[in-house]
Design a protein around this ligand. Structure first.
Ligand code: ADP
Ligand code: ZN
Length: 608
């Protein structure tokens, strides 16, 4: 075992590094600048926390999220690391005492907000504190092209002049090519080691259901997961409130979280969720930044997200501890139409076309019959190597297809005829109106009731035609102009299959959910579920006594491993993930005793 492995084990209680952690740590210890792009839950914090323990001096961690600082510092203190933070939530006395500690070199890690670094007396301080490394968390905040630009981040590069020769580490979970380049440029990284992990989250499963009585769908879903924490994302505040009430009214432990609540209630609800006092949070996207609760087991999207990036980040909040998480999206064409309507109101042409393209990608994701995982990864320019991921609805239960030759021909020739008949292109709605033989003002104005394709599609309802149209776009037979009017055209390829009367296979629309019990999830650590529940209570009591969230004591992985190995003596805690020396000394007795007690009245289960 080398030093890195040893510290990982004795302090953090982990047996192995996650992908790229070791490389990043070695690089920074060698004095090199680092750019690290790891997905949520990838274990970014460890990349600067562990080296901070292996070298003398202070590691400064710049983070934009005041709410997260306390959390991270609590977690570090729980494993015996001298870490502290300075921000506006502290009293003057408390700040002074921490500053004294910094002058005396008592801390190994200091968390600060970026705006603080630039105060005059701080610059003097930093020079005196024997800083050996600087980590910039959420580094995408430096870029205007990121989703969370913070002007203060632009100041950080001044640290370079102030502390020449000190290695900088920039970390983020979200960065397109453009944002990546921005980070390197604006933070003035020097020949950085660049580490980009896969964005695949192997422990998450993905599923899309056709939205139909969503409240009932949600209740069916959470009923099978009574003990688990989850987040339900809604597009509107009212929606979040409504779902929270519906769930609470049925005895579920659920609360709302959105920007319309006052600060006190909002932080109370967030706190309750972090501490497992409430299991379910019904939230708008305001909830999330700054949530690093590791044991979120599922995420439901009640409404269609605006873009894939957002969807990826929001679902990414499930399963940060590496245990399974389930992601469910409720999709309806109606929701998409509503969004299209909002987008039409946008006055800035550039924004409008970006929003349109993003919505199109999102709908493509929802309606595609391809692997959800590869679709998501494709968005991040990553290719998923397998044909079947084994953990999404489309891979596990391939969608039914049908011979769609006739409907496709009707749709394509309708576009074609309208074009032939004259003047200008038309959008999806009008095509469908012609197909279904509607009597609209536009149809009579343009004489479209005379077209040979008028009324030839009465066998399908409008939403079904819209689904056909979208699939033909996905297949590349129809293109939508990216102009002010989203006009449809038959593509070269579309014309070819139409002329050749080629067979076209279409996918049946998303089926309504089958009432089916989900089996215990794959990847979950099999354990004595009754003991696991008992240990959760012990954990909760310890956490409440200390006024911290449960996961600061131990994560679910740790408890599951205990509920499998039944350690009744301290020595038997060896090898259990997440039990380092400090936590073994502090909590070991309580847990081993609880297990010993449990075994007096319960049989020991066998696992292979
Ligand atoms: P990120 O900031 O990249 O989203 P975190 O740093 O919050 O991820 O880590 C996510 C979770 O994984 C935390 O609970 C952390 O303690 C845990 N973790 C980090 N590294 C390891 C490891 N090598 N082995 C096991 N768990 C780890
Ligand atoms: Zn798949």
């Amino acid at each position: 075992m080398d030093d890195l492995q040893l510290t990982l084990k004795t302090t953090f209680g982990y047996n192995e590094f996650r992908p790229l952690q070791r490389e990043i740590i070695e690089s920074t210890l060698a004095g090199r600048d680092v750019f690290a792009l790891l997905p949520t839950g990838g274990g970014k914090s460890l990349c600067f926390q562990l080296p901070a323990l292996l070298q003398p001096g202070l590691t400064v961690v710049v983070s934009p999220l005041i709410a997260l600082m306390k959390d991270q510092v609590d977690q570090l203190q729980a494993v015996g690391v001298a870490a502290t933070f300075l921000n506006s939530t502290l009293t003057a006395d408390e700040s002074r005492s921490r500053l004294r500690g910094l002058h005396r070199g008592e801390w190994r890690l200091l968390y600060v907000a970026p705006e603080r670094l630039m105060l005059d007396n701080w610059q003097e301080n930093l020079k005196n504190w024997n800083v050996t490394a600087i980590a910039i968390d959420e580094a995408h905040c430096v870029s205007e092209w990121g989703h969370d630009f913070r002007p203060e981040y632009r100041q950080i590069s001044k640290l370079r002049e102030l502390l020449p020769g000190i290695p900088l580490m920039a970390l983020t979970a979200t960065a397109t090519e453009r944002v990546r380049a921005d980070i390197i440029k604006h933070l003035k990284l020097r020949d950085p080691g660049i580490y980009v992990a896969s964005f695949n989250r192997p422990n998450l499963t993905y599923r899309v259901l056709s939205k139909d009585q969503p409240q009932k769908q949600i209740i069916d879903f959470v009923r099978k997961r009574e003990d688990e924490s989850g987040i339900i994302y809604c597009a509107s505040r009212a929606g979040a409130e409504r779902i929270a009430e519906a769930l609470a009214g049925r005895g579920f432990s659920a609360r709302a979280y959105h920007a319309g609540l006052d600060v006190v209630e909002r932080s109370r609800n967030q706190e309750a969720f972090l501490r497992d006092n409430t299991k379910i949070i019904c939230a708008t996207i305001a909830f999330g930044m700054g949530i690093n609760k590791p044991n979120v087991r599922w995420v439901i999207h009640h409404d269609l997200p605006k873009n894939i990036e957002g969807y990826y980040q929001e679902t990414g909040r499930a399963g940060r501890d590496g245990l399974p998480g389930d992601c469910l999206l409720l999709f309806s064409g109606g929701d998409a139409a509503k969004q299209t309507h909002f987008i039409d109101e946008i006055t800035n042409e550039h924004e409008k076309s970006v929003a349109r393209a993003q919505l199109r990608q999102m709908m493509h994701y929802a309606e595609s019959s391809g692997c959800r995982r590869s679709e998501l990864l494709e968005y991040f320019a990553e290719t998923f190597p397998l044909d079947n991921c084994g953990a999404c609805d489309n891979c596990n239960e391939p969608r039914e297809t049908y011979d769609g030759t006739i409907v496709a021909q009707k749709f394509l020739s309708c576009i074609y005829r309208i074009r032939q008949a004259g003047q200008h292109g038309v959008g999806m709605n009008h095509i469908i109106e012609v197909l279904t033989g509607a009597d609209t003002e536009k149809i009579s104005r343009w004489n479209h009731q005379r077209l040979t394709t008028y009324g030839i599609g009465k066998e399908l309802a409008r939403p079904a035609w819209a689904a056909v149209g979208r699939e033909l776009m996905r297949l590349g037979y129809v293109a939508q102009a990216d102009s002010e009017f989203p006009v449809l055209e038959v593509t070269e390829e579309g014309r070819r299959v139409l002329v050749a009367r080629e067979r076209i296979t279409l996918t049946k629309p998303l089926a309504l959910p089958k009432a089916k019990r989900v089996a215990r999830r794959e990847g979950d650590i099999e354990c004595d579920e009754i003991l696991f529940a008992r240990l959760r209570e012990v954990r909760k009591r310890l956490a409440d006594e200390r006024g911290v969230p449960a996961y600061i004591v131990f994560g679910d992985t740790t408890l599951r491993e205990m509920a499998r190995a039944y350690p009744t003596r301290l020595a038997e805690l060896e090898g259990i993930t997440g039990v380092g020396e400090k936590k073994r000394a502090e909590f070991g007795d309580t847990f081993t005793r609880a297990i010993d007690d449990f075994l007096k009245s319960n049989p020991r289960m066998k696992f292979d």
